[in-house]
Each structure stands twice: as C-alpha cells, then as structure tokens.
Design a protein around this ligand. Structure first.
Ligand code: NAP
Length: 276
C-alpha cells in the first residue's frame, strides 16, 4: 500500500499565496493589517514562537506590533494593554502568548479580547460560535489539521475520526470542526476505557495527547489516516504523539516535525486576513 506523506509545507505555501494576495489587495485599498503580539515574562518557547510569527507576518506584508510586559506584570496591567489594543483601529489582530505567568488569570485576558481581533479563539464568544457550528473563528492548530486534511483530499464525510485529547486549544475544537464536516467523531482522554479498542475502529486519528510515540502500531487499523499534532522534545529530537512505525500501516500521515506545526503558524495569518 502506498502511504501518503502529508507534509505541512505545501499546505502552508498554498495558504501563504492566498493570504499574501488578500493583504496586498487590501493595502491598495488603504487597509493595513496589523498583528499585536503580547508577551508577559520571558518564556523561551514563547519567544521562539513570537520571532517566527513576526517574520511570517512581515513576509506577508502585514504589520506587527509587539508589547512586552515583565513577568511581574499585574492582571490590571495586562488587561490595560488588551483594552488599549482593542480600541486601536490600526490593530486588526491580537495574540497574547500563552501560557501567561501563573499569577495571572488567562481566561479573563482571553475574555477581554475584542472577538473580531481574537486570532486564536481565546474569547468565549468565539468558542461559542464554533460550538454552534459557525466556525468563523477557531484556534490555529485545529484549523491547521483541517487545512491539511482538505489539502490532501482526505474525505471526512461519514468517516469515524477518533480525536485523542480534549484540550480547549486542540482536542475539543478540532472535534467540533470535524463534526461540521460530517465526520463521526469520538473524543478520547485520560479516563477513556479500552483506548486501543476505540483507536482500532478509527478511519482517521487526530492525536493531541502530548506523550511521545503514544499511539503504537497495534492500536490502529490498516489504512488509517494519521494527523499527529504532538510536539514532544525527547533527547534533543522532536517526536509526535504517534509512533513512527504506525506509518507502515497508515494510508496517510503527517510527519513530526514538518507537519501540523508548520501549518499552525500560517493559520494565525489566515485568521488575521479573514475579513479582507
Ligand atoms: P494538553 O492540554 O496537555 O491535553 C492533552 C490531552 O491528552 C488531555 O485531554 C488528556 O486527557 C489527554 N491525555 C493525557 N494522557 C492520556 C492518556 N494516557 N490516554 C488518553 N488521553 C490522555 O495538550 P494540548 O495542548 O492539547 O497539546 C497536545 C499535544 O499537541 C502536545 O504534544 C503539544 O505540544 C502539541 N501541540 C502542537 C501544536 C502544533 O501546532 N502542532 C499546537 C498545540 C499543541 P485529560 O483531559 O483527561 O487530562
């Protein structure tokens, strides 16, 4: 059986072309797109993510504004920044880098974001819209999964998709997006009984569990489609949530690295340019 490698780059490149064209057209009509990135403290992973986003935003012809607050910033200080960005007409998207330091209430920060500028669906209004099946806004990683499946022509209608993980950033929203595309969705988590039995029934598995190589070859059926969201650093290497040997049984799979992660960042840009 031929196995399809669902690399992220072609998916991101196709989205890039579409987004850059939209941003350029908006510019000629006098409309500038600007992403505001808010960081609190010095989380190294957030900094890497931030510099990638800045590069990507600028390369697409959009503007970037960065606001850096110290790790000691109070809830009031963070909220004051969000309010200011909400009110600033030049800012069209706002991304507060998560996780915020532990003393801060991230839910309250997310809830304060103007829904129209909330590029990663942190505001409960946008999460509610997604729940209601009006997915104008959805977090970037679930959108990356959907864009990848669409790009590679994976049929979802009527298929049994098992989503492994129920986080608010990946598992739950991707399950809702899949449901919108008429998949039959099962969501599994740490209390699920007979997980291998359920996984073996899956036509498609979306793995977002955060445990390296968690899904093994004997847990999947022949011909399964694998979307591996996991990014786990092990001995200086990045491993997915799905064991590499599963690819031998799969009809299609996303690599790690080089799969969903590559598309996720581009989806921030997609959100930023949605209304153009
Ligand atoms: P998370 O918030 O830690 O959620 C993990 C989920 O996995 C939870 O729902 C948890 O169940 C479930 N789980 C944990 N152990 C399990 C087990 N033994 N059996 C079954 N389910 C189990 O993680 P996340 O933020 O969703 O991220 C998941 C993975 O995706 C991570 O590797 C992360 O680095 C990666 N990620 C990648 C991208 C990207 O762009 N590619 C973006 C975000 C995240 P409970 O709810 O019961 O605890």
């Amino acid at each position: 059986m031929e196995t399809l490698l669902m690399s992220g780059k072609p998916v991101a490149d196709a989205a890039r072309e579409r987004i850059a064209a939209k941003i350029a057209a908006a510019k000629t009509n006098g409309k500038q797109v600007t992403l505001a990135i808010v960081t609190v403290g010095d989380d190294p992973a957030s900094h890497v993510y931030k510099s990638r986003l800045i590069k990507m935003t600028e390369s697409l012809g959009a503007g970037v504004r960065t606001v850096e607050l110290p790790a000691t910033a109070s809830q009031e200080e963070v909220e004051a920044v969000i309010k200011e960005l909400n009110a600033d007409e030049k800012v069209t998207g706002i991304l507060p880098m998560m996780p915020l330091p532990k003393h801060l209430n991230s839910d309250a920060v997310g809830a304060l974001l103007a829904p129209a500028k909330d590029v990663d669906c942190l505001n409960p209004f946008n999460a509610g819209e997604l729940y209601l099946g009006r997915s104008r806004w959805a977090p970037c990683t679930p959108r990356a999964c959907m864009a990848t499946l669409a790009h590679y022509g994976i049929e979802l209608k009527g298929k049994h998709v098992v989503v492994l993980g129920r986080s608010n950033v990946v598992g739950k929203p991707v399950a809702l997006l899949l449901l919108q595309e008429h998949a039959t969705v099962t969501i599994c988590h740490s209390r699920t009984q007979d997980l291998p039995g359920i996984l073996r029934q899956a036509d498609i598995i979306v793995a977002a569990v955060g445990i390296p190589s968690f899904v093994k070859q004997d847990m999947v059926k022949e011909g399964v489609v694998i979307v591996d969201v996991g990014i786990n650093a092990v001995d200086g290497k990045l491993l997915g949530d799905v064991d590499a040997a599963v690819a031998e049984k799969a009809s299609a799979f996303t690599p790690v690295p080089g799969g969903i992660g590559v598309v996720s960042n581009m989806m921030v840009m997609d959100m930023l340019s949605r209304d153009l």
